[in-house]
Design a protein around this ligand. Sequence first.
Ligand code: BES
Ligand code: MN
Ligand code: ZN
Length: 519
Amino acid sequence: MTNAEEHPVEISYRPGDPLAMAADALIVPVLAPGGEGGDVAAVNPTLGALDARLDGALGPLLRDARFRGAPGGTLVVPTLGRTPARRIVLSGLGDASDVTAEVVRRAYGSALTAARDAGSEAILAALPVGPQSLPLDPILAAAAEGAELAAYRFDRYRGSVRADGPPPRAVRSLVFAVADEGALGEGAGRAALGRAVAVVRGVSLARDLVNEPGSALNPVEMAARAVAAAEGHGLDATVLDAEELERLGAGAIVAVGRGSATPPRLIHLVYRPAEPAPGLGPIGLVGKCITFDTGGYSIKTYEGMLDMKVDMAGGAAVLGAMTALRALGVRREVHGVICAAENMISGTAFRPGDILTALNGATIEVLSTDAEGRLVLADGLVYAARQGATELIDLATLTGAAVVALGEGTTALFASDDALAERLLAAAGAVGERTWRMPLTEALEDKIRGDVGDLKNTGGRTGGAITAALFLAHFREGLPWAHLDIAGTATTAAAGGYTPKGATGVGVRTLLAYLTDPS
Ligand code: BES
Ligand code: MN
Ligand code: ZN
């Protein structure tokens, strides 16, 4: 059982007036009034009704707190028995014409966090009423996604000796109340919630795996978790062990895993839709899954090694996304390939200067054992291509250089194909996963050309994210391919919106948006 499964938030849809229902907290979204002097209550009918229940006390309270419905702002209002809900959590949506799915996700995420921090376990949420730029069912899906993603926590290792007391209460239920039945029927409401729940479960699984320490999640354990997840979500799973990989000729992943007491695994998951859409060939999703990266003999510094349990986030994203495909009704065959290994030091570890042969026969000179991600992905990409994929996307915490280039919070995208890049950027934009396309600068190709073998596994310090991507491109087997370097986005140092501190589960929602987009 994963940590997220230990704390399920029960989510449901109930037609009716939210102001008439009991709860620990009622989330009320608030549109900002146009212009300077506009009245918040006037553009938000629910606030008017609430103000009446509170005998006109709400207006002065809002003015005093300077709450005007700006995005990101929340205000907790205790109702002291005047409404069935014990408190109201107001959450700003900003201008009606600027409301996007991402604004909604963030508003409900912040509101849920505020409600939980105030001690609420049973939470009720209203939907925005009035003019808006989005239909109600994507609003409901985004609200549910944002709130549920914010409710995520990883506390299975929390003991009882912390000075700051017991962990905050866990949210137990989230009920969406929709007063206007005409605007959103019960069937459409339930369907929107079902989609949101599938997405959130995938993200939470990825977050759980990334948050687990390296001692708990090694390549063998990762394979066991993947097989278990596959069983419950209609996926076929095959796991290749070190001997099978060796026999197959996957010399790169075998070399990376050789220094560890826990051997490497290549995990292959397949989703086959009941009704495949015509014209769309199978896609391969390939994830870097280094369960801990010490750097090997090109050892990392103390600082550089601290967070290296995160180095399996690409594999976690692939697994998280795969588990949601059936529930989302994806109509394309999807192959998930997770390249799991632990990069350690021992008498059997690989060394700088070693020459490896990858699955496609390319020879690779190891300059740095710390450039191990591109090695395991080389075999993974070729493996995925051989499964019949017509298009490849890989996700990897691949380079510190990507973080230097774009800063924390932005994924670097590289692609061999403009149309694929555009579609992925659109998917990432729709789900609020900030992504920026980087060039595959051909002139830098010289930096990774081998002296004795075909390729070197590093191209030096400058342009490090690009030379890493150029290296991967040698293993795409002629297929349209995209690479997402998530080194700067797989974890976050500070909580915000719907993302708690720690693992973000980045990539899962971009992949799912990409695979569900009808265009
Ligand atoms: N796992 C690291 C990259 C990384 C850095 C991930 C920071 C998350 C946060 C990767 O295996 C690595 O060590 N890359 C080297 C490449 C270099 C040796 C060419 C790097 O970025 O320094
Ligand atoms: Mn490394
Ligand atoms: Zn690494």
